[in-house]
Design a protein around this ligand. Structure first.
Ligand SMILES: [Zn+2]
Length: 197
């Protein structure tokens, strides 16, 4: 499926952090970007993603309603994770959008066979579109429960600042990806040393 985020590598290690990393600004997040993210993160299968994309034309009202919730949940996630990362307390009311999704998304996991492999797919009881946010809300809730001990970090590149979960053994990870920001930093530091001589 061709979507702006469809082929982007997810680097955060936690679904809710990858969701918080979705660019650009929240109000620009489109339905197809969101669906592309769900496919990329394997929350839904590609076939399901393709069917979901068509809803923008067949059920524009329902899509608009859930888009508001998607953007609200993303703003909530970014605010909360920013506080967690800095070891700051945050107001209890900030988690309301997460609880709202957890409340309306009763469902269960089911084994599905695809491409010769088994995986768990979330099956919602409700037919509304909020279930699409269930796995993200669950992941955000688990990070909040972990509290300040959760190794939530941001890429040290000031122009990047992507969130990630540092489960490296030494907990010294600084970059979203060594191949992108880490190497850029190494090259810049090298050139600086060279020009300083
Ligand atoms: Zn980065």
């Amino acid at each position: 499926m061709q979507t702006p985020n469809g082929s982007k590598k997810l680097i955060a290690g936690r679904l809710a952090l990858d969701f918080a990393n979705l660019t650009p600004a929240a109000h620009d997040l489109s339905w197809s970007e969101f669906v592309g993210f769900l496919v990329n993160a394997r929350v839904v299968s590609e076939e399901r993603g393709t069917r979901l994309e068509t809803l923008e034309r067949s059920e524009p009202g329902a899509v608009d309603t859930v888009l508001l919730k998607i953007r609200r949940l993303r703003e909530c996630a970014r605010a909360v994770f920013s506080a967690v990362e800095q070891g700051r307390e945050f107001p209890k009311t900030w988690v309301a959008p997460i609880n709202e999704i957890l409340r309306v998304t009763e469902g269960h996991d089911e084994l599905m066979a695809a491409d010769g492999r088994w995986r768990l797919e979330y099956v919602a009881r409700e037919s509304g579109l909020e279930w699409l946010l269930a796995a993200i809300a669950r992941s955000a809730a688990e990070l909040i429960v972990e509290g300040h001990a959760a190794p939530v970090k941001r890429c040290a590149n000031p122009e990047c600042r992507l969130y990630f979960y540092d489960d490296s053994r030494t907990r010294q990870r600084r970059w979203c990806s060594m191949a992108v920001c880490g190497n850029r930093h190494k090259v810049a530091a090298f050139l600086k040393r060279k020009s300083g001589r």
